[in-house]
Design a protein around this ligand. Structure first.
Ligand code: ADP
Length: 637
């Protein structure tokens, strides 16, 4: 359709029609004039030969058929004029002139038709160039455009008439990839050149083209014209640039996030890793990636685990992820997290695409945080012990004083006549008991004060409670507080750190005692109970009859630095909760009836199985409502 329209545009545009009509009129006028003159002038003058001019003229605006018909018409006119004329003088000459004219018209018509045929072939061939989407144009050795195809019109916006006769590189403001002289030298040497050019179109926008030039030479081998074929690759170029840019962004993002990517076809073993992956693995960028090279970096202690995961992944073709360490050639250790998603390659085989994240810095920060938190837990424990100094001194003094008294009594029984050895034996027995009592107290204090690493063991909760009570006895007496216990018998052992759990119980007892020391009348009593909870846990309750909890701040009790005491730190309950949560349990507070507070905590029998989801998070200090809230910090393996 388009071609037909174009044909119309090229062969029947108004100027062409006007020109054809004018030529037809001139031709007709010449024919008439020649006919009249030929008829009235003597036949010795071969005027009719001038019909040849009309034949040549008709070839300018008529097709082959038209030229033949016009020539026949002219021949007929020659014949008619011969018949109308008088041939008195020399009929032989007149006849031969007439025949000569007919031959001249015939030969001229034949040549004109032949030329028209050739021209038509050429025009058709040139028309073919209009069918291609590529731009094709021809320029002479002075760069003046002599041919400009339809593709060139469409790409650049200039019509053939606008482009022909212009200097190519001025018209299109060509940007060359190298100096034009070099291009021309290469073109003349090889007859061809190809490369990428940037042209400016009629509308001012730029187009990047893949350009192919070939040189046309004359019979003597001299270059006469250059044909340039251009293919618009602007979009491809833009896509390439966008791709290059996004690749650059990706590389940068991987570098900043310390995350490399990889792909692995488990069936064929083909492995690819990104630049950042090779950096994390400590290989040169040029090293050919392979699973074997990756495995060489896996820490010896993790290698079996990693192998198991990889073997299973290649067997089952499912997503996988794992955390492990790399041991680098300089013996340094990197912590990495690897995540891989299973997909299918072009041939439908399993292909894993994944990321290797270097989490060493985060791991180190985590370890440092854990250490700082463990230090804080220890400091608060020692601080709590500091509050017990007077009681502890009393607890130790008592048996020591008893030792002294019994020793003096024993000496008395020895010095008696006769020495009463039975009494001496009995007093020595008391001395041993008291010394052991003092030793026990010292032992417990040392255990609590010691900065020991976390130790998980089977813990008898009742025993831990009783040991703490023994340490606080004097403190209770000092504040006139009585203590009641109701500890369930036959409680199963729980798994935990005995010292940290005792720190919790001690804190709760001292808080209760302190709360009650502010009330003047009423019961001053602390009740501690232990029982088995239905959900397979042990439940410990510390109940007091103090002023109780302010409902407005009950939610804040466990926040770090929340205190209502003038010299309080506000870390006690926060740390207690973190310890219990790290054991997989829960610590909470409610009001007591008729007054006072109840603090309760659970400890699951099997850690990890009965942990409520909201308490299973990691360790961190979080900003919440502008205050710091303490989250589980106790490192538990
Ligand atoms: P501190 O003892 O240093 O204040 P805690 O974290 O142990 O820090 O306690 C925080 C706050 O909780 C206390 O200041 C107090 O207001 C409140 N609290 C703790 N235990 C009790 C209790 N048994 N009765 C009433 N209030 C209590």
């Amino acid at each position: 359709m388009r071609t037909e329209q174009n044909q119309v545009e090229y062969t029947a545009t108004p100027p062409t029609i006007v020109r054809s009509r004018a030529l037809a009129a001139i031709g007709a006028a010449i024919a008439i004039v020649v006919f009249i003159l030929d008829t009235i002038t003597p036949k010795e003058i071969a005027l009719a030969v001038l019909y040849v001019a009309v034949v040549l003229l008709s070839a300018k605006f008529l097709q082959k058929r038209g030229v033949v018909l016009a020539s026949l018409g002219l021949m007929a006119l020659t014949g008619l004029s011969y018949m109308l004329s008088e041939h008195d003088v020399s009929p032989g000459i007149a006849l031969s002139n007439g025949l000569l004219t007919l031959v001249a018209i015939g030969i001229t018509a034949f040549l004109a038709v032949q030329s028209l045929s050739r021209e038509m072939v050429l025009r058709e061939q040139a028309g073919l160039l209009d069918l291609t989407h590529d731009t094709v144009f021809v320029r002479d050795m002075n760069d003046v455009i002599s041919y400009w195809n339809r593709g060139a019109e469409e790409l650049y916006g200039w019509k053939r008439g606008e482009a022909v006769g212009k200097i190519t590189h001025q018209l299109m403001r060509t940007i060359f990839p190298m100096p034009l002289e070099q291009i021309m030298a290469k073109l003349l040497r090889n007859g061809r050149w190809e490369g990428e050019l940037v042209h400016t179109k009629k509308d001012g926008t730029q187009a990047t083209v893949a350009s192919r030039w070939s040189v046309q030479r004359d019979g003597r081998g001299r270059p006469v014209a250059i044909m340039e074929t251009n293919n618009d690759i602007t979009e491809r170029k833009q896509a390439e640039n966008a791709l290059r840019l996004s690749e650059a962004y990706l590389v940068e993002a991987q570098r900043l996030s310390l995350t490399g990517s990889f792909s692995w076809k488990s069936s064929g073993g083909e492995f690819f890793w990104s630049e950042e992956s090779s950096r994390i693995l400590g290989y040169d960028r040029t090293t050919k990636p392979s699973l074997q090279l990756l495995m060489q970096r896996v820490h010896p202690a993790d290698i079996d685990r990693v192998r198991r995961v990889i073997d299973r992944a290649s067997r089952e073709g499912k997503d996988w992820e794992l955390e492990h360490r790399f041991q680098m050639p300089d013996d340094s250790v990197k912590f990495v997290k690897v995540v891989a998603r299973a997909g299918a390659d072009e041939s439908g085989k399993v292909e894993f695409v994944g990321a290797i994240m270097d989490v060493s810095a985060a791991k180190q920060a985590e370890q440092e945080l854990r250490q700082a938190q463990a230090d804080l837990v220890h400091i608060t424990r020692v601080t709590t012990l500091g509050e017990l100094t007077a009681s502890i001194a009393h607890e130790v003094n008592q048996p020591i004083a008893a030792v002294a008294t019994n020793a003096a009594a024993g000496l008395g029984w020895l010095e008696a006549e006769p020495p009463d050895l039975d009494k001496v034996r009995a007093t020595l027995g008391y001395i041993v008991q008291d010394a052991e009592r003092a030793g026990d107290v010292m032992h417990r204090i040392r255990a609590l004060a010691k900065k020991a690493p976390l130790r998980l063991a089977r813990v008898d909760v009742n025993e831990a409670v009783l040991e703490v009570i023994a340490l606080t006895r004097s403190e209770l007496v000092r504040h006139g507080v009585s203590l009641q216990t109701q500890l369930a018998t036959g409680l199963p052992l729980i798994e935990g750190d005995r010292i940290q759990l005792q720190q919790v119980i001690l804190n709760l007892i001292l808080n209760a005692v302190e709360a009650m020391s502010s009330i003047d009348n009423g019961t001053r009593e602390v009740r501690i109970t232990s029982e088995r909870e239905a959900s397979n846990a042990v439940l410990v309750t510390v109940r007091d009859f103090g002023p109780g909890l302010d409902p407005r701040s009950v939610d804040r009790l466990f926040e770090a630095f929340y205190t209502t005491k003038p010299s309080g730190l506000g870390m006690g309950l926060a740390i207690c909760r973190s310890i219990i949560q790290a054991h997989g349990g829960r610590l909470w507070a409610t009001g007591n009836e008729p007054r006072g507070a109840v603090f309760q905590f659970t400890l699951p029998l099997e850690r990890g199985k009965t942990v409520p989801a909201e308490h299973a998070g990691g360790a961190s200090v979080q900003e919440r409502n502008g205050s710091h809230s303490w989250r589980p910090p106790i490192p538990m393996p």
